[in-house]
Write a protein that binds this ligand. Structure first.
Ligand code: G3H
Length: 482
């Protein structure tokens, strides 16, 4: 195991399952990603894990919060200590660029620390009955925040460390136990993360990792009677499916984005075009917060497209991300690459113009800019999880708002303008979780609330918000004698 101790630690605990099919070597071997697909756990192993989780959780919730936060801080230190190894693994396993992979590891360590610090501020309250008509001071409620119990956490391939941390750290620090299903692509990075938590002192039974594809074990996990909450990041289609199956338990989902950007004529076009380039093509467009379509007046779009083309060429170098000069790698799988290519071809067949890119070589898709797209085309109607952005011309801002609000998605939207007041006024009309003025959509900073409406999610994440979502108020009502 390459992760050496930075401080004295408890004995190593095996994760469940204990044997990923590929050996985890001290240096990252250059082998095809597909040989690293993990084993699938059996349903009886899942039953065992959930049973143990319930037993362990009852003990863990009684451990003082300050001790639980110390475990998290140790895990964060450990991630920083092994940043280089973890970054290299991430590049190799999911094809992120060096900068993106390193950022994911360091951001995760910071996030763990922040969760631990913020957990110390999580408070209950005391309420007196006297504030409501007909009651007096003889009735009062002592309201504690208690953990929900055993939480299923399902993480996506595009942030196998960071979006796992966003679920595991808050669940653990608030005294819950977790049944963690890592993404199939990215599972080795996720397994390293769980090993870090174990070595930092997370006790047996609190973090139980079950590997296997969603189609094989997903249903069994989310419908298990022993599960008290499900937190999931992934596509809108899978999110909808899980939501129909879980029954009456809390859900915390981040799903597809398909995010628009409105560009108003008064914006700083240089800065805006750069934000669009990064927003559309970072990590090959495989971010739920990626920009998928741009809306503006005819003249604005005419001016904008050549600038976006120029900046894309200047900024991105496509190729094997293990070579540091390349900052745009492959998409995650052959299947994904074929689907993206199919949607580009169909758009072209139906009259769209490929202004730039459009070609595929294996898992590599060129950054692709489309014009003359119609809202009904699949490439823009359904989130295309790849480096493709479409441009639309409108005669009024109202028409732009209608197109955005008719979408089945509602994660984020961007507005680019130099008039902040106009940006705020327009934000109020757009039906999405958050609006960014003069920035590409993004999840961070991680203490901001992050949420999707419609097909884009359920519940609110963001450090304090996630801690609250993973605990519930428990009022104990005290009735004093008159
Ligand atoms: O893919 C979904 C992520 O939550 C996006 O996060 O905005 O930090 O890239 P990001």
């Amino acid at each position: 195991m390459p992760i050496g101790p930075v401080r004295p630690v408890r004995p190593v605990r095996p994760v469940i399952p204990v044997k990923p099919t590929a050996p985890v070597a001290p240096t990252v071997p250059i082998v095809p990603v597909k040989s690293m697909v993990p084993i699938t756990v059996s349903f009886s192993e899942i039953d065992d894990a959930i049973r143990e989780a319930h037993l362990a959780q009852k003990e863990w919730m009684r451990v003082p919060m300050i001790k639980r936060t110390k475990v998290l801080h140790l895990a964060a230190d450990w991630m920083r200590e092994h940043e280089h190894y973890l970054t290299t693994l991430l590049i190799k396993e999911i094809g992120k660029s060096q900068e993106e992979a390193k950022d994911e590891i360091l951001r995760s360590a910071d996030m763990i620390d922040y969760f631990a610090n913020e957990a110390l501020n999580l408070k209950g309250e005391e309420l007196s009955g006297e504030a409501f008509p007909g009651y007096d001071q003889t009735k009062m409620a002592i309201i504690e925040r208690v953990p929900v119990g055993v939480i299923v956490a399902i993480a996506p391939f595009n942030y196998p460390v960071n979006l796992s941390v966003a679920k595991l750290a808050p669940a653990i620090v608030t005294g819950n136990a977790v049944l963690f299903k890592p993404p199939t692509w990215g599972s080795i990075s996720s397994l390293h993360l769980t090993e870090i938590f174990h070595r930092a002192g997370v006790p047996d039974g609190i973090l139980n990792t079950v590997t296997g594809s969603g189609s094989t074990i997903g249903d069994y996990i989310v419908t298990h009677k022993g599960v008290d909450m499900v937190t999931f990041t992934g596509s809108s289609a899978v999110g909808q499916l899980i939501a129909t199956k879980t029954g009456m338990i809390p859900l915390l989902f981040e799903c597809g984005g398909n995010n628009p950007a409105i560009v108003l004529p008064d914006c700083d076009m240089e800065a805006t075009s750069m934000e669009i380039v990064k927003g559309a093509f970072s990590y090959s467009g495989q971010r739920c917060t990626a920009i998928k379509y741009v809306l503006g007046f005819e003249q604005t779009i005419d001016k904008l497209i050549p600038m976006v083309v120029k900046k894309t060429k200047e900024h991105f170098k496509i190729g094997d991300p293990r070579i540091p000069e390349n900052n745009m790698g492959p998409v995650i799988s052959e299947e994904a690459a074929e689907e993206i290519e199919k949607r580009i071809i169909m758009a072209k067949v139906n009259g769209a113009k490929i202004v730039m890119g459009g070609k595929r070589a294996g898992l590599y898709i060129e950054p692709t800019i489309l014009d003359n797209v119609r809202p009904s085309m699949e490439v823009v109607r359904i989130e295309t999880f790849g480096p493709v952005v479409s441009f639309f011309r409108f005669k009024s801002v109202e028409e732009m708002v209608i197109m955005i609000n008719q979408s089945t998605y509602g994660l984020q939207a961007s507005i680019f303008t130099n008039d902040e007041g106009a940006g705020i006024a327009l934000s109020k009309k757009i039906e999405v979780g958050s609006v960014q003025i003069n920035s590409k959509p993004q999840r961070g900073p991680d203490h901001f609330p992050f949420l999707g409406i419609k097909g884009s999610g359920v519940g609110v994440q963001g450090i304090r918000y996630t801690l609250e979502a993973m605990t519930r108020p428990k009022p104990i009502v005290l009735n004093k004698p008159h």
